[in-house]
Design a protein around this ligand. Structure first.
Ligand code: SF4
Length: 221
C-alpha cells in the first residue's frame, strides 16, 4: 500500500514529506496490517488444492499479497482455504480445525465442490457446500478455479477486511467464543445443531409406524 492509499482522505500532506508522513485511522492501519499478512492454513482436499499450490508457486506467487506463510497448524492460521471436494468423512475434521483457529479468521470456499457440492452434489458421500457447517466469507466459482480466480478471491477477501471496523468487529464481541459443534459421522453425517429436528422427526416417524402397525392388526386382510 502506498502512502496515498494509507492516508485518510481530507488531510493534505505537504509534497516534500509525503513519503515520510501518513495520517490515517486506527481502523485503516489495523486492517492494512491484517490484510497484508494473511496466513492460510496448509490444507487441501482434492483437485482444487493443486491449483492452490500452483498459485503459491513462482508464476502466480501469492507472496505478492503477503500470504505466502502457509501454516501447518490451525492455531497459527487466519485463513481456511477450503480447496476441494468436502466429503462427509472430512467435515468433522474441517469443523474441528476451524474451531481451533484464532479470531479473526476467514474462510474461502474454493471451487464448485467447496461452494455447493460441485459435480458430486447429492452424492452419497459429499456435502453440498462447506457453508452448511462453517461461515464462508468468499466463494470462488469454477471446476477448478484457475490461479487467477483464486487470486481474485483473495483480493476480494482483502477488500472485505478493508471495510471492517474495530467497533463492529465480530471477534471483539462477547459472544464470539461461539464454537461450532463438530458434526458426527455415523451411517450419515449428523450436525449436532440439528439434533432437535432429528429427534422430532424420529418421534413422528416411530409414532406413524406404530399406528400403522396397530391399524394393520385391527384390519387383518
Ligand atoms: S471443483 Fe472441480 S476441480 Fe475442484 S475439487 Fe471439485 S471436482 Fe475437483
Amino acid at each position: 500500500m502506498t502512502n496515498d492509499e494509507l492516508n485518510q482522505p481530507g488531510y493534505e500532506i505537504p509534497p516534500e514529506i509525503k513519503n515520510q508522513v501518513a495520517i490515517t485511522t486506527i481502523d485503516r492501519i489495523y486492517n492494512w496490517s491484517r490484510r497484508s499478512s494473511i496466513w492460510p492454513m496448509m490444507f487441501g482436499l482434492a483437485c482444487c488444492a493443486i491449483e492452490m499450490i500452483c498459485t503459491a508457486a513462482s508464476r502466480f506467487d501469492f507472496a505478492r499479497f503477503g500470504m505466502e506463510v502457509m501454516r501447518p497448524s490451525p492455531r497459527q492460521a487466519d485463513l481456511l482455504l477450503v480447496s476441494g471436494t468436502v466429503t462427509k468423512k472430512m467435515v468433522p475434521q474441517i469443523v474441528r480445525l476451524y474451531n481451533q483457529m484464532p479470531e479473526p479468521k476467514y474462510v474461502v470456499a474454493m471451487g464448485a465442490c467447496a461452494s455447493g457440492g460441485g459435480p458430486f452434489k447429492e452424492g452419497y458421500n459429499v456435502v453440498s457446500g462447506i457453508d452448511n457447517y462453517i461461515p464462508v466469507d468468499v466463494y470462488i466459482p469454477g471446476c477448478p478455479p484457475t490461479p487467477q480466480a483464486l487470486l481474485h478471491g483473495l483480493i476480494t477477501l482483502q477488500k472485505k477486511i478493508d471495510n471492517q471496523t474495530l467497533r463492529e468487529a465480530r471477534w471483539y464481541k462477547k459472544d464470539v467464543s461461539e464454537v461450532i459443534p463438530v458434526p458426527v459421522l455415523g451411517p450419515d453425517i449428523m450436525d449436532p445443531r440439528e439434533y432437535e429436528l432429528i429427534r422430532q422427526y424420529s418421534q413422528q416417524k416411530s409414532a406413524t409406524t406404530v399406528s400403522e402397525a396397530l391399524e394393520g392388526e385391527s384390519n387383518p386382510v
